[in-house]
Design a protein. Sequence first.
Length: 572
Amino acid sequence: MSQIAVENKMQLGQLLLSRNIVTAEQIETALTEQKDKGHRKLLGELLVEMGYCTDNQIASALAQGYGVPYAQVGPKLCDSKVLEILPREFLEEHIALPLFKVYDVLTVAVSEPTNVFLIDEIERISGCKVQIVCSTSKDIKATLQTYLPSANVFVIDDIIDDEGLEDFTLIENIAQDIGNLEEIAGQSPVVKLVNYLLYNAVRENASDIHIEPDDKRLRVRYRVDGRLYEKMSPPHQMHSAIVSRIKIMAELDIAQRRLPQDGGIHVLMEGRPIDLRVSVMPGNFGEKVVIRILDPQKVLFSLESLGFTYDNLKLFRQVIQSPNGIVLVTGPTGSGKNTTLYAALSELNNDEVNICTVEDPVECNITGINQFQVHQSAGFEFSTALRSLLRQDPDIIMVGEIRDQATANIAVQAALTGHLVLSTLHTNDAPGAVTRLLDLGVAPYLVSASLIAVLAQRLVRKICSNCKTEYEPPASIRKVVEKAGGKIQKYYRGVGCKKCRNNGYAGRIAIHELFIPDEEIMDMISEGASLKQLRAKSLQNGMVSLQSDGIEKVRAGIVSIEEVLRTTQAEL
């Protein structure tokens, strides 16, 4: 949290004392800590870190002290159209959130209400009078991430001019001689084309590149926001040269065209490193190539930016602070499970704990965390790696995926012997993780003793803010929403524009279902309760389902109801 720089530190203390939030002894302890250890942290930060108060209590007290309103901001309190008044870079740099505009008065949430220079700059840029409210930087950042896509999405058309196409034509008639492929792949047109595909895939926030040969056609598709779309169709005769160029970059065998190959490419884009995972698979019409893009800038999110509701975020934070036990993140492939785990590890990462991961592969390097990659061919599998890892004196362990009985049993034993274990499973919902562990051969009493939480998630596409429009959905959809216990006044969708490639969506956000078993549910697990019984009891205890969480985001105008129903159709 970015605290207000208060000249007299006791001023904040007096505000907290007057509201009976902290005691004089607690303030004295924090001030002593600050002085003795030479902390650069402000008093408020230390009080929160020591557990004497919360960020919201600090912000509320400061708001009272400086005579400004306090607000616990969130998507429901913010008009997304007002965000466009100020540049994105300005909002992120100064941690400011425009909430709404009435006539010529713009209300803005800030974490530093005493910064008169910031207020003057907002008035200058917006041309409005500014009314400020005080909020926590965490709430402001979380709301900004909800509405602003993680990267600008745009399409560059006609990048290859006529002269370039003539160069491609020169390669079309070259015989398919394997001995010449390396030479062909190094020629300028092929190099430029491959570089263009890689560069623009990163620029367009694509997660994968598919290079697919057909009988008489070659197409290149990008996966953006979970959906594939065709980027271009190079001359079919260029296929072998393109594949060879990629193989050379990934240090694969260009002469081997009958067996699958996997490799990696490390590139720099605009000064930052990006890893590419390459998979080459022989097909009926030649080798298909899929390149997975691992951009650290898009993997290392904070928990606030992942779309959690306030309540779920608070509960999940409490869960990952547990000294031992298993925390699972479930969902289908491509649902952002690893991103959530990385965000959790980044939050837990400090000099006082030993965090170790076993992954296949390591998708993002995190400073201060020991990461190990499994090698199936060498016999270094998840179970083997996890068994060895327990001798490395870990406090927190992240296992990329629990795939088999051996890994599941070792993870449970680690959780029962004082370690916090984080991992992923493939299940449809959160309670389903229990039956999955049982299917893997873990005894019911061990599951109930070790499992402390399961987070199920899906990724849904956000409505493009540039073409967002209110509309009236069919009566059948309204009935589904009412049946789910929700009521939505206004429905929105994107009509399509150039910014979102005319599909009405830009960026993605997660919807969650957080299952935290209490003693009664633990007893049910030990007694072999069915998945249906566990789910019914969890919902009765207040668990918010994936669909209900999605409907909340529809109510906030972030996603369309069709997108939520498409993703959570199993609950209909």
